[in-house]
Write a protein that binds this ligand. Structure first.
Ligand SMILES: [Fe+2]
Ligand SMILES: [Fe+2]
Length: 445
């Protein structure tokens, strides 16, 4: 389906129908029978399967709890009555999902004292850095919407909630969990509940897409910018969302799931959502920092490599200096700049004190990458790779680096900040008030 047809199909969804589907689709989280699940958990699952499943389920349990808490500003800000009605049904759904996971944790795994609070507390240890950051961001987005219910803020919030959290992170993971349960036949009660959760989520995501597709049709430029900014702001969290603390893409393999596969599905899902909203190819490539010409499988394995190399994440993985990993990092950077091409002849120089110089040159034919020093760069950033990555990851302040003489910038700083920025223009007209993700981390905005 072309982008136009896909977006038209999304706009044709009706809020009344989504509401009606909710009325027809009732299910009871309190009545799911976990008798066989308890037996399976203890007797059929191996220790490795239990370890992987508990970790993965805990991410979902906490996610459900967070989204149930965070939806009220959306109900208040929705401009149409039909949207308000739907969002209140969604709020009930999210609470039901939390109850379902909470019951499973207590009655099957034996965690906590039967209250949701105790189950959440006992499973908090499993959360990843990316998970925490994602929901910290979602909370901040909801707070901004509370203060300013403008269309831009509403679109920003819906992008974060329905497109990123539900459509990109949750749904692909749920499908892989379902596949494991269907293939093995274990935990029938959990599978039953999970299928119901997935149907609910499908409705929520359809609502988010419909809302954004209508808003985009009405004001393509502003809404596209809001969506692009929202996705780029959460890009690194997205990648690290399902990356276990002790690393390794094999963590979920006892469940027959490979993290690369999960990431590939997430990228496939996100791309199709963006098409459904109506974003053009060039707008989509601005939102996604990886090369959009790569297959989703290649993007998935590239994300794993960025995480395994320590370039993305919480900073605990040692940063690789291997040439093949560095090539991947600079390729990603190149895509970032390619989406915001500077004037022909512009040279952005990175003078790395540890891995040697690199620069990007914009020619009439496109962006070139070179592993040496240009005689007359337009702008130079001198620092170490570790420091640059720590800046990007907000683990060190740029001021501290400058004062301790570990970061220098010379030349045309306008290429790093403001309208001409190669990392993307700053949020104009305060469409999205928060900072440009890369520049903010470099300390320039
Ligand atoms: Fe949910
Ligand atoms: Fe949901």
């Amino acid at each position: 389906m072309s982008t136009a047809a896909s977006s038209q199909a999304t706009q044709n969804i009706s809020y009344a129908d989504l509401y009606a589907r909710w009325e027809r689709g009732h299910w009871l989280a309190t009545e799911i029978d976990f008798t066989q699940d308890r037996i399976d958990w203890q007797e059929k699952l191996t220790a490795d399967e239990r370890r992987a499943a508990l970790w993965f389920f805990a991410l979902f349990f906490h996610g459900e709890d967070e989204v149930a808490d965070d939806l009220s500003p959306y109900v208040e800000a929705a401009p149409l009555e039909e949207q308000t009605y739907f969002l209140t049904t969604q709020q009930v759904d999210e609470s039901r999902h939390s109850v379902f996971f909470s019951r499973f944790m207590h009655e099957v795994v034996g965690i906590g004292d039967g209250t949701a609070g105790s189950a959440l507390e006992s499973t908090e240890q499993y959360l990843t850095w990316g998970h925490r950051e994602t929901f910290k961001n979602l909370k901040a987005v909801g707070q901004r919407l509370r203060e300013d219910a403008s269309p831009a803020r509403f679109a920003e919030a819906i992008t974060n909630y329905h497109i990123i959290v539900e459509g990109t992170l949750a749904q692909p993971g749920q499908h892989l969990m379902e596949r494991w349960l269907e293939n093995t036949g274990v935990l029938p009660g959990f599978l039953d509940g999970l299928r119901n959760v997935a149907i609910d989520e499908q409705r929520h995501i359809a609502f988010g897409m419909k809302t954004l597709a209508d808003m985009y049709a009405n004001d393509p430029e502003e809404i596209a910018q809001v969506v692009i900014d929202a996705i780029r702001n959460s890009g690194t969290y997205l990648m690290a969302f399902a990356y276990p603390k002790d690393g390794g893409s094999a963590f979920l393999s006892p469940l027959g799931i490979h993290l690369e596969e999960l990431y590939a599905d997430s990228m496939r899902s996100l791309t199709s959502r963006l098409r459904g909203i109506g974003l053009s190819e060039s707008q989509r490539s601005k939102a996604l920092t990886l090369n959009p010409e790569l297959s989703f499988e290649e993007q998935g394995s590239m994300m794993m490599r960025l995480l395994d190399s320590g370039y993305v994440g919480d900073g605990s993985v040692p940063k690789s200096k291997k040439p093949e990993d560095l090539a991947l990092l600079f390729d990603m950077m190149q895509n970032l700049i390619r989406a915001n091409p500077p004037a022909v002849g512009t040279v952005v120089q990175f003078d790395f004190t540890d891995i040697g110089p690199r620069y990007y040159l914009q020619t009439a034919d496109g962006l070139e990458y070179h592993e040496n020093r240009h005689p007359s760069p337009s702008v130079s950033i001198k620092t170490s790779l570790d420091d640059l990555l720590d800046l990007l990851g907000e683990r060190v302040s740029p001021v501290k680096l400058i004062l301790s003489r570990r970061l220098w910038v010379s030349g045309d700083r306008g290429l790093l900040v403001g309208k001409r920025s190669v990392f993307g223009p700053p949020p104009e007209k305060s469409v999205v008030r928060h900072r440009n993700p890369v520049l903010a981390r470099l300390g320039f905005s």
